[in-house]
Design a protein around this ligand. Structure first.
Ligand SMILES: *Cc1c(COP(=O)(O)O)cnc(C)c1O
Length: 409
């Protein structure tokens, strides 16, 4: 989106604010489906946790996507947004058997990643088909927090435990209708992904009732100029060939599924915040914005780099700044970054703010969470109001203690 457009949105709706470019989301969706257009049955399940605004979910629905969810609340959001239960897959980790049963009751595809839960679920509900999440133990990913395929990972059932899975399936009479993996975010090396896929194909041969194989996600998107990204087209070609061979040997066509979050929404998002103050110290020029890790925590949590543009002065001379927030803890968004000259009250735009940004926001320091806008058809549509003081009080119960007695007020 153009800086001018973003600035207009900030002026109209205030800051801080998240803006999502629907056209970019659509372009990413189409790029992915085009890369796999030779696959007969393709399913793209958007990972809700990346950005869960119901208007974004509705837009995904209009594109033809399904949903990938990790909690019963995400499933309910999806149903609320108009998705059919059968177009939602639920891939939790470490949740209770009760929650899994409740989601299954809604008619959603269950994906189980734990032997103990598999055995309990299969014993009680052998008639409900389940998918199993396999851990192929392939190390991939940009960051140890988000690579989930290694041997000591808490995610998935180890490929070394396939015999145990088979025993559980035989003992309970349950049906396995899908095989899944999600090796981690930021996969750069296609051959690593293909290698993990081969392990998945080997595993899949053990199960006769498969309807789909789900290859998870992990597509890398560029965060700054010159950044490497997953070559989706090359990947599509290589995996399609392998998948077709698999289907031929398996004896029938099954569905190839993916569940991207970041790939679909990261680049579509912009976070806009206003500069409250400039502060010069002996070594640094700080620009302090009207935000903090309560609104955008990824730089502090993962050290992720979000490109920052001064949209109030896009053509200004570049200078070096540290961009920090107003939280009473260290909350550095960027250190020693070249940005067009910043004045107080300028608006900064953080790029790649579509995925894992708003969804990770909080009310820390009793600040309101930002508003959200969907940019569609050259128009700004408010899709979440800025919070107000009442939102901070919601669900709080006020009690007062007087003369050793508590009074609810
Ligand atoms: C988070 C998650 C995804 C999405 O990952 P991205 O890196 O955002 O594409 C997909 N599948 C599962 C099971 C996840 O937990």
């Amino acid at each position: 989106m153009k800086s001018e457009t973003l600035l207009n949105v900030a002026n109209e709706f205030g800051s801080p604010i998240y803006v999502y470019d629907a056209q970019k989301i659509e372009a990413q969706y189409k790029r992915l489906t085009a890369a796999f257009n030779k696959v007969k049955k393709l399913k793209i399940n958007y990972a809700v946790k990346a950005l869960s605004n119901i208007s974004v979910l509705k837009f995904m629905n209009s594109l033809g996507a399904g949903l990938d969810t990790v909690s019963i609340q995400e499933v309910k959001l999806g149903l609320h947004a108009g998705f059919k239960a059968k177009d939602i897959i639920y891939t939790p980790n470490g949740v209770s058997l009760e929650e899994i049963e409740a989601v299954a009751k809604l008619g959603t595809q269950i994906n189980i990643d734990n032997l103990s839960i598999l055995e309990q679920f299969g014993s009680k509900h052998p008639e409900i088909p389940v998918c199993i999440r396999i851990n192929p133990h392939v190390m991939a990913g940009g960051n140890t927090n988000i690579s989930v395929g290694h041997i000591d990972s808490k995610f998935g059932i180890s490929i070394h435990q396939i015999p145990h899975i088979i025993r559980i399936v035989e003992n309970t009479g349950m049906h396995i209708n899908g095989i899944h993996m999600h090796t981690g975010s930021d996969i750069l090396d296609i051959d690593v992904f293909i290698y993990a896929s081969e392990i998945l194909f080997e595993t899949a041969k053990n199960f006769k009732d498969l309807e789909f194989i789900d290859f998870g996600s992990g597509f890398k998107v560029p965060y700054k100029e010159g950044d490497i990204e997953t070559n989706i087209e090359e990947f599509g070609e290589k995996l399609t060939t392998r998948f077709k061979t698999f289907c031929k040997n398996y004896g029938r066509e099954i569905t190839l599924a993916f569940e991207p979050g970041k790939f679909l929404v990261s680049e579509a998002g912009f976070f806009l915040a206003k500069v409250n103050a400039i502060k010069q110290t002996t070594s640094t020029v700080f620009a302090q914005i009207d935000s903090g890790f309560n609104h955008l925590i990824r730089p502090m949590l993962y050290g992720s780099q979000h490109e920052i543009e001064n949209i109030s002065n896009p053509k200004g001379k570049h200078r070096f700044y540290s961009i920090v927030g107003y939280i009473c803890e260290t909350d550095t968004f960027a250190n020693n970054r070249r940005i067009a000259e910043i004045k107080e009250e300028d608006v900064l735009a953080f790029k790649n703010a579509g995925a894992y940004c708003f969804t990770m926001s909080s009310n820390y320091n009793s600040r309101y969470r930002p508003a959200e806008v969907l940019w569609y058809n050259e128009k700004a549509h408010l899709i979440r109001k800025r919070e107000t003081f009442n939102d901070l009080l919601t669900n709080q119960v006020s009690i007062e203690i007087k003369n050793n007695e508590t009074i609810v007020k």
